[in-house]
Write a protein that binds this ligand. Structure first.
Ligand SMILES: Nc1nc2c(c(=O)[nH]1)N[C@H]1C(S)=C(S)[C@@H](COP(=O)(O)OP(=O)(O)OC[C@H]3O[C@@H](n4cnc5c(=O)[nH]c(N)nc54)[C@H](O)[C@@H]3O)O[C@H]1N2
Ligand SMILES: Nc1nc2c(c(=O)[nH]1)N[C@H]1C(S)=C(S)[C@@H](COP(=O)(O)OP(=O)(O)OC[C@H]3O[C@@H](n4cnc5c(=O)[nH]c(N)nc54)[C@H](O)[C@@H]3O)O[C@H]1N2
Ligand code: SF4
Ligand SMILES: [Mo]
Length: 725
């Protein structure tokens, strides 16, 4: 039988509508859903390629138990795996306390509502403070900045570009990434719309990216954004382009900020940033004079040495120009659901060895190896890896892999055996997005056009796969903890057989929210069931973001934004004493995302990894010439943390002095095509040493890493056999 089922993609933030074709219970194809009012027929190549992942013969579809060295697994039964994991974790918990067990979560977990709920519940049931994840390679600095400025780190502002006149994108490449920490499948159309309306889009990036090619481009030297933004603020202040009324009403300590930015004239910052003073002045004037303007940055500005400071400076521009929470500015979107305020913490929990801060309850994954390997109280001995490939996606994977292999018990929930979980004792097979139901609420406060969609599972689980939540529930039950529910009461009910389905809680989050039906009291509102029945293609709730009053989003005690927080002032002092030149490592390494990659996990299909595709270092011809490298030749890249070899691609897209290398390559494990594609993890060049991390959010520095690039030594057979010679 052939059926078509309406659903949506959950690989990345836009959550594009899809129509799935299912034949005899098999997902055979996906196409963009033209009737979806949110994505209106858009979907990318990764999204429509998902059937190849769902049906991938390399996928883990039965529980796997490790029987030898890394990656040596044999199939086992669910019962054996669950009993053994539960017994071993229960013993660790009894003998060494709950803090001997940690969880590490990866990005795909954020796209399974039930997985997220039960991951937090599993943590609560065990009673461990240790919940690690890739925030430290992604958004922790955004979270820290949002807390420092607005005491509201659970809800970030987004750029209201559908109504703006000037948009400055700094460290973001939405043409490829499709937008991040904002939800907008029509982002290309909306950004182009700014220019069509007579406005401007200015892209500040060390690489002339796909986005930069579509708009105005300001090249910048990697890692120097703080100086650039300070000089923009300098011009805004000097030329009296600030909104004095707004500043008076909604901020404190503007005078202090003014005296700081006075020291950063465009003439002074130009030699550091490579952005000419005239360009800085022109951009600042455009922002300052526009009716509505907004600055938006993303991973390029988050994962750098001054990541939190840079995020704060971006917001300062939005704030002092009065563009906060006004049409076309930097705004808090409207969420139809209840928000998780209790998860909104920053700097409340700290890693055990170096005391690094959490961001939204998540500890930096770059601290994992230390926290596992350092003996003493709270040492980690057991680990749950939930949709994580941290050995590849966080710095110094070699040491982390070594640390994981020394743990007493590790289990992973994944669809593949990857570089990380090949060191686990068990890899348990989970459903993909098309084998489970969902209601996309987790990013519902970040929509450019607030929308809702729910989906049933499109096909039955493949093989013996189970959804994450059922597995975590069962392990907790066998450990004698009742279930993996967050609430103690629910865990007690589960002990007597009364289990709560995660859907009940999630539905409640919607029904009690601003877009909910209040269980019948608000008939125009929505519930999960009503969405499935009356809006299977999804529903757009507002064409434009309804803006809440400022005192509902600025949650500091006086509802004012501190412009001279001590943490930021001390980062500014550190910036001013920064020695930027590193003559032995003259170039700066940045990352880059490719259309056919998604972090580390979509490299195993022919569609996305055709035979000819390979990892290369992008380098400006002038830098290549200096290094003696020609197109396609092998380069050795050396940073303070490590050294790797990759062939080069020469391109004028990069400003001289900066080189770019995609992350997520260099595979091991069960994904054979990915392994065969070769390459190496760019994160071997990044550092996990606490003194090398960004100071306020413990960000890994992944952009602006000082490196040296030279011709790779030709390795002969004899050399390879004797690496010490
Ligand atoms: N150098 C450098 N490093 C980076 C970045 C960078 O820009 N530069 N970016 C960082 C960012 S922003 C992120 S988000 C991280 C991502 O880092 P990670 O989350 O560690 O890596 P991913 O490749 O996203 O996938 C993790 C695993 O999830 C599995 N998976 C896929 N779908 C599912 C599912 O439905 N359920 C389960 N249980 N597992 C699933 C995949 O098979 C994969 O093994 O990488 C970070 N690392
Ligand atoms: N195709 C694809 N799409 C993805 C992903 C993927 O891996 N592949 N990952 C998804 C995930 S998990 C996330 S978090 C988002 C991220 O979404 P984005 O942040 O929009 O994606 P990036 O391409 O990493 O954009 C970062 C940009 O910062 C630039 N940059 C690097 N260093 C600096 C610097 O020092 N200063 C400035 N100003 N710019 C700098 C880079 O050149 C790059 O253009 O993308 C998501 N979408
Ligand atoms: S943009 Fe993201 S959500 Fe949309 S189809 Fe592509 S991968 Fe899926
Ligand atoms: Mo990410």
């Amino acid at each position: 039988m052939r059926e078509e089922k309406v659903t949506f993609c959950r690989i990345c933030d836009p959550m594009c509508g899809m129509v799935a074709t299912v034949e005899e219970g098999k997902l055979v194809s996906l196409r963009p859903d033209k009737d979806n009012p949110h994505s209106k027929g858009f979907a990318c190549t990764k999204g429509v390629g998902m059937p190849l992942v769902v049906n991938d013969p390399d996928r883990v579809t039965v529980p796997m138990r490790r029987v030898g060295g890394p990656g040596e697994f044999e199939p086992t039964t669910w019962d054996q795996a669950l009993s053994d994991i539960a017994a071993r974790l229960a013993r660790l918990r009894r003998e060494f306390g709950p803090e001997s067990i940690a969880l590490t979560v990866g990005n795909p977990l954020a796209f399974t509502y039930s997985g997220v709920l039960r991951a937090k519940g599993f943590q609560a049931a065990i009673g461990t403070p240790w919940f690690y994840g890739v925030n430290s390679e992604d958004a922790a600095s955004r979270i820290a900045a949002t807390e420092i400025l607005y005491a509201n780190c659970g809800h970030f502002p987004i750029p209201d570009y559908c109504r703006t006149d000037v948009l400055m994108l700094i460290g973001a490449n939405p043409w490829v990434s499709k937008g991040s920490l904002l939800v907008d499948p029509r982002i290309r159309e909306h950004l182009s719309g700014v220019v069509e309306r007579g406005g401007r889009v200015i892209v500040v990036d060390p690489r002339r990216t796909e986005t930069a090619k579509a708009f105005e481009y300001v090249p910048i030297r990697a890692g120097t954004d703080a100086w650039f933004l300070l000089s923009i603020l300098h011009v805004l202040v000097k030329q009296q382009l600030c909104d004095e009324d707004f500043i008076r009403q909604w901020t404190t300590d503007f005078d202090q900020l003014r005296s700081v930015v006075e020291r950063f004239s465009p003439a002074k910052t130009a030699p550091i940033t490579g952005v000419r003073a005239a360009v800085v002045t022109e951009v600042a004037e455009a922002i300052g004079r526009a009716k509505a303007a907004v600055v938006y940055g993303r991973t390029g500005t988050c994962t750098q040495k001054f990541g939190t400071l840079v995020n704060v400076l971006q917001d300062y521009i939005n704030i002092v120009t009065g563009n906060l929470q006004r049409p076309g500015g930097w705004v808090w979107s409207w969420s139809p659901a209840i928000e998780f305020k209790e998860l909104a913490t920053y700097d409340q929990i700290h890693t055990r060895v170096s005391g690094l801060p959490d961001a939204l309850g998540m500890l930096p994954a770059n601290a994992l190896a230390d926290d596992i390997l350092t003996p003493g109280p709270g040492q980690i001995r057991g680990m749950a890896l939930l949709a994580s490939n941290c050995v590849n996606t966080t710095p110094n994977g070699t040491r982390l892999a070594d640390a994981l292999s020394q743990l007493d018990t590790v289990f992973a929930l994944d669809i593949y055996i990857n570089e990380t979980n090949r060191h686990a004792d068990y890899v348990l097979p989970v459903t993909t997005m098309y084998e489970r139901e969902d209601l996309g609420l987790l990013l519902s406060g970040h929509h450019i056009r607030p929308a809702l969609q729910a989906t049933e599972a499109v096909i039955e689980p493949i093989g013996q796969c189970r959804p994450e939540w059922e597995i975590l529930d069962e392990i907790a039950r066998r450990m004698g903890l009742g279930s993996a529910d967050s609430a103690w009461v629910q865990r007690q009910f589960a002990r007597v057989g009364l289990r709560t389905h995660p859907r009940t809680l999630w539905d409640m989050m919607l029904r009690f929210g601003k877009g909910g039906d209040l269980y019948g009291l608000r008939p125009s509102g929505w519930s999960w069931r009503k969405l499935l029945k009356h809006a299977p293609h999804g529903v757009v709730l507002h064409e434009e973001i309804p803006l809440a009053p400022l005192d509902e989003v600025i949650l500091t005690p006086d509802h004012k934004i501190p412009l001279a927080d001590l943490r930021i002032m001390s980062e500014l002092a550190r910036l001013e004493s920064e020695q930027f030149d590193t003559p032995d490592l003259p170039l700066r390494l940045i990352g880059m995302r490719e259309m056919k990659s998604h972090n580390s996990w979509l490299h195993n299909t022919e569609r996305l990894m055709p035979a000819a595709r390979q990892l290369t270092l992008r380098i400006n011809p002038a830098d290549a010439r200096m290094a003696g490298l020609a197109e396609g030749e092998n380069a050795r890249i050396t940073s303070r943390a490590g050294s790797i070899e990759v062939p080069v691609t020469l391109t004028d897209d990069l400003v001289p002095g900066t080189v770019a290398l995609p992350h997520g390559w260099g595979h091991a494990g069960g994904w054979q095509r990915a392994v065969a594609a070769g390459g190496v993890s760019s994160n071997l060049l990044a550092s996990t040493r606490p003194e090398d991390l960004e100071k306020l959010a413990a960000m890994s520095v992944l952009n602006g890493i000082p490196v040296r690039v030279e011709v790779a030594a030709v390795v002969t057979q004899g050399d390879a056999a004797c690496p010490m010679s």
